[in-house]
Design a protein around this ligand. Sequence first.
Ligand code: PHE
Length: 445
Amino acid sequence: MATQTTKRGGFGGKIAAILAAAGSAIGLGNIWRFPYITSENGGGAFIIIYLGCILLLGLPLLIAEFAVGHNAKSNPIDAFSKIRKGWGWLGAAGLISVTLIMGYYFVISGWTLNYALSSATDSIGGDYGAFFTEFTTATWKPLIYTYIFILANHFIIVGGVQGGIEKASKIMMPLLFVILIVLAVYSLWLPEGREALGSVFTPDFSKVTGKTFLDAMGQAFFTLSIGMGAMLIYGSYFKKGTKLAGTAISVVSLDTLVALTAAIIIFSAGVENESGMQLAFVAMPKVFSAMPAGNIWAMLFFLLLALAALSSTISMHEAVTSYFVEKRGMSRNKSALIVTFIAIALSTVASLSLGDWSEYKVAGMNFFSLLDNFTAIVMLPLLGILTSVFVGWIWRREDMRAELTAEGGIDKSSYPIISFLLRWVCPVLVSIVFAFGIYDFINTL
Ligand code: PHE
């Protein structure tokens, strides 16, 4: 711990803490992933299960992760081992997972830049499916956009916690909310939009299987950035006396609102014919193109995606960077550079695996899908179980209670509920869903 004497960064106040953490939560998970996972899983039925996962599992786990970071005031690995010796590996597992996520997340983030730009210049035109396939399977073009995005991310991280992350969140998040609201109002304005919505949100329970629950839980964990050190490191930057439960409730509410609004925007476009990861990229430009000034709306939509992605990737990057700064005693600049290089290497392979290298497959998946599936279906549930066990059972009861209630000063009434959810509901429920979902998943392979 070479830097014990140097001052650690931190967020300026309550609003900054909420905006930064909401920035991490709100991302491609909400606007790109949630709508397509929902449409694949029976619409309304999936949303009900998803909301249950958010409330019973996501919220308590988010509080738990904030608590570990806030208590230990250190990077994810030291945080766990400071609270209980020998548990640093749990932080390391989170950091490895978040690094793998960066590998494909930056690629999609790069796409959003190209789409925003191509919409602005109205050059997507014609066959939207072909545009998507041609662009994403190309060699250099997607890579260049990905690198530009990684570079933007790098400069925010180098700017520091307050000068980079906090400042960027304070600009990006309000802008994101404004664009989202404008787009939502616009889509609900159109009568065909309102009609299309009904068909998607009506629950179809016939599509619900064990895998649906696993998908809902994976999505809930992914969208709240749980178990991967990102929320832990932000928690470590919260000021003393910050209400952890209150902050988590704000973050979860904002995140859920954005996911539902994004689903409204996308479904109101009547996109039943598109599915999977193409949904946002193919269906949206197609729909916008039929509208007056459609290219401007499309540009706004992809700008929204880009902003959401950037505020998420900085939290991923920061979690890993903090490890090199605090555990390896490197400067912030050098640490950030190492993480940026790792991100470039992984995302290069992920991007190429969609085109030039698409014949290399593991379990029938290319590298890109492998990263996505392995982290969302395997790592997220495992990290969720372990984090709840750690906070609920391994952390000394009195210390955990003192942290969650700021020495008994706040959140006293919610403490028993959160503690119960963390000790019993999370480990048991996540394990059951994980076991059944994996069983289902293997059967479909
Ligand atoms: N929560 C982000 C999203 O929904 C993704 C993310 C995962 C961010 C892990 C940080 C860490 O897009």
